[in-house]
Design a protein. Structure first.
Length: 321
């Protein structure tokens, strides 16, 4: 049931049409400065809320929020939360939380700008992020590289370089496809990467094995400026490789190697391996993975050691057979 059916929208006059530009300013300010991935996600989130309200656009949805008081806005937000919960498991809890966070953030900005005097107090839902923190494991990544060893074509060299970056540096797929040739310093063995939620690139050191894979790719790519990794498909040849394409490439490589693989799974495998090799040095691995929240890495570490399973075995053995 959407907000129109409950009569919430009809009961609230909203902002007059001659001040609609205020809502447009709010949406524009809320989306400004976001990277492309975040823009797409927040755009979908606001469009979903607009559909729930029975209005046509994000500006109309903002119009509704700006024209609402504390009670009406929060009642609608809680109804929207209930609607999102009804769509689980089709919607992941993380998606539900991001959509609620988008609304809270936009109203917070409106309050900062003096457009409203209230805050949205709707809470996130409980979720279990990073349930699979192991990915395909070191052996799985090795099997993918073994398959790539059989290929001597340009695509094979490109794909090998991307696999090494996903695993050796635990890069995210958006970080890999966002790289330009100018970000690479072959002589210094360095690479500048724009991380998640970062506004400035950070310089990372490249292991020799990673650098060798990149040099092999550059030998066929050439040294012309532009995206580091390009598409070979006829329709998009020479264009920057997209995150969706990278996902497909890794998935297909996994199928060829007889395992389940995806780009973020390689990152998971790298972080788990890093914790193994450093005896669970969470602080050191946080520098490697570039996680801001150490609690995430502790979850990796707990899953790596299977602490819950260890305690279960102790409890079970206390009863005997």
């Amino acid at each position: 049931m959407d907000a129109t059916e409950t009569g919430l929208v009809k009961a609230i006059p909203g902002i007059p049409q001659d001040t609609r530009h205020v809502s447009q300013r709010l949406v524009s300010a809320f989306l400004s400065g976001r990277n492309e991935k975040t823009l797409l996600a927040y755009g979908r989130d606001l469009a979903d809320f607009a559909a729930f309200l029975g209005v046509e656009s994000a500006t109309d949805a903002a119009n509704f929020l700006l024209g609402s008081g504390h009670g009406h806005a929060n009642e609608t937000a809680h109804r929207y939360r209930a609607d999102l919960l009804d769509r689980i498991p089709k919607l992941a809890p993380a998606t539900v939380n991001r959509r609620l966070a988008a609304l809270r953030s936009m109203v917070k900005l409106a309050r900062t700008l003096g457009m409203v005097a209230y805050a949205l107090e709707v809470q996130n839902v409980e979720s279990m992020p990073y349930r699979d923190t192991r990915g395909p494991g070191r052996d799985g990544v090795r099997r993918i590289l073994d398959e790539l060893d059989k290929r001597l074509d340009a695509k094979g060299k490109r794909d090998r370089a991307m696999v090494r970056l996903l695993y050796d540096l635990a890069l995210r797929r958006a970080e890999v496809v966002g790289l330009d040739l100018a970000d690479l310093d072959p002589e210094g063995g360095k690479m500048a990467v724009l991380g998640k939620r970062r506004t400035q690139k950070e310089t990372l050191s490249l292991p020799d094995e990673t650098m060798d894979a990149l040099k092999s790719w550059l030998a066929v790519r050439g040294m012309e400026p532009g995206p580091l990794f390009v598409n070979f498909d006829r329709a998009h040849k020479g264009n920057r490789l997209t995150g969706r394409s990278l996902h497909r490439i890794i998935t297909d490589l996994g199928l060829t190697a007889g395992i389940k693989a995806r780009p973020h799974g390689l990152r998971h495998a790298a972080i788990t391996e890093a914790l193994d090799k450093t005896n669970g040095n969470v602080r050191a691995v946080s520098r490697f993975s570039r996680h801001r929240d150490l609690r995430v890495l502790r979850l990796y570490d707990d899953n790596r050691e299977d602490l819950g399973g260890e305690v279960a075995r102790v409890v079970a053995s206390s009863l005997g057979k």
